[in-house]
Write a protein that binds this ligand. Structure first.
Ligand code: 5GP
Ligand code: ZN
Length: 118
């Protein structure tokens, strides 16, 4: 069973179209859009449309939908901004840096002059 949208969840509201975003990819099960507060140019978030707060609560089937998109999306995002590398980041729990409690994968381009952290 697909979990219902959470009206208090910012990413569910983006999926519903209530909050605008710069969309890079959309299909039946997933959505990708630019991060509003990018760590690097092209910083992108890939999310399942269904609401699950964290990875360990998400059905494995949903991971397959995300997995079908992530490799080529990551390459396209990095390529679009001319980055030679990228990080995939996925935070679970406030203690791990999770601020939005709807599963999301960060695609963070790396190696652009003047834009790298750490
Ligand atoms: P977390 O820290 O939970 O792994 O990452 C949440 C990310 O969502 C942050 O990088 C933050 O900038 C991004 N974010 C939060 N609210 C919004 C929003 O309303 N729109 C977009 N596009 N990104 C958001
Ligand atoms: Zn949600």
């Amino acid at each position: 069973p697909t979990p219902p949208p959470d009206p208090d969840c910012i990413f569910c509201r983006i999926v519903a179209g209530d909050i605008p975003c710069h969309k890079l990819h959309k299909d039946e099960h997933t959505l990708a859009f630019l991060d509003i507060n990018p760590t690097a140019p092209g910083h992108t978030l890939l999310i399942p449309k269904a609401h699950n707060a964290r990875l360990d609560e998400m059905p494995g089937e949903t991971m397959a939908k995300l997995g079908a998109v992530l490799p080529r999306l990551a390459g396209a995002v990095a390529g679009a901004v001319g980055a030679p590398g990228y990080n995939i980041l996925q935070n679970n729990g406030a203690e791990a840096g999770q601020a939005v409690f709807h599963v999301h994968f960060h695609i963070i381009p790396r190696g652009l002059p003047g834009s790298d952290f750490r």
